[in-house]
Design a protein around this ligand. Structure first.
Ligand code: ATP
Length: 283
């Protein structure tokens, strides 16, 4: 069930600039002077009779703010994002969101027969927003805009999928938006997700450094091992998906890797095999 939208007199205009929100916004939020764009109130989720994936999650994202949802594999990040975007119903709790929501799924749906240009036009028409081909170009799309989406490379598919999500003005929900992007597109995206007036809720296994972003950690479990690696380079992607890796973040030329109990030996062996050096290992 969605909460009714808050009264307009308490809302900040969504098209105001980011600067307006930078000073003391948390205290304004707390005092009810700024209304969050999206608010999850004690949200819980279980699929069928399965275990609870999320329990009692309360989160508010204000205009112009970027919140990065972190947590290990299976901690419920994508589930939380789908609930925030309105694509999945919470089992308990309440969600209030704006009318204009852009959503980038973790994986692009297979079997889309439309061309990139028609796909963008179609989704824009459904949502009542302009088709932003300029965003596709800004991300450095290379390919035939009139070829079926299924024939595009992963990175170019991601650029089109991102453009349809970024066209929204209220809330941007982006699940692993850097996935498949080249460095140039990644840098453009980093600017998109740290500027502008929309509220942004994202996941990012790559741990990009996003100025002003706030972290929201899910399922923070205290046991496990933290491994600090050096000389990680191109191996980061492989390390971040190793069995037992709860979370991996780029730190300078190295990485900080949180590992589930019992998995640290095999993660260390694999990291050394990939040419990394080990800076520290601690519980
Ligand atoms: N449609 C579904 N039906 C049943 N279980 C699901 C469904 N979607 C997710 N789950 C389960 O919910 C849990 C959380 O999944 P979710 O994809 O939200 O985690 P995540 O933190 O995004 O993981 P990852 O970092 O691996 O992407 C997992 O145990 C998953 O198996």
């Amino acid at each position: 069930m969605s909460l009714p939208h808050p009264p307009a007199r308490r809302s900040f205009a969504l098209n105001s600039t980011r600067v307006l929100y930078s000073a003391s916004t948390r205290s304004y939020l707390d005092r009810g002077i700024i209304t969050p764009v999206v608010r999850l109130d004690r949200v819980g989720k279980r699929y069928g009779r399965g275990p609870w994936v999320l329990r009692d999650v309360t989160l508010a994202v204000e205009p112009g703010e970027t919140v990065v949802v972190t947590g290990g594999n299976g901690s419920g990040k994508s589930t939380l994002l789908r609930i925030a975007a309105g694509l999945s119903r919470p089992t308990s709790g309440r969600v209030a969101r704006p009318a204009s929501v852009g959503y980038l799924p973790e994986r692009f749906p297979p079997g889309v027969k439309l061309s990139a240009r028609d796909y963008l036009r179609h989704l824009a028409a459904v949502r009542g927003v302009p088709a932003r081909w300029d965003l596709v170009e800004a991300l450095g799309f290379v390919g035939d805009p009139d070829a079926p989406m299924a024939t595009l490379s992963k990175g170019n598919t991601q650029k089109v999928a991102l453009a349809q999500a970024l066209a929204a003005t209220g809330l941007l929900v982006l699940d692993e938006p850097w996935s498949g992007l080249d460095a140039a597109a990644g840098a453009v995206l980093a600017e998109f997700v740290t500027g502008g007036a929309a509220a942004r809720l994202i996941t990012d296994h790559h741990g990009h450094d996003l100025p002003g972003a706030r972290e929201f950690a899910l399922g923070a479990r205290r046991t496990g091992v933290v491994v600090e690696l050096d000389r990680v380079g191109e191996s980061f992607e492989k390390i971040s998906v190793l069995a037992g890796v709860r979370e991996a973040r780029v730190v300078g030329r190295g990485a900080r890797v949180e590992v589930e109990p019992g998995f640290s030996d095999q993660v260390l062996v694999e990291a050394l095999r990939l040419g990394c050096s080990v800076r520290s290992v601690r519980s």
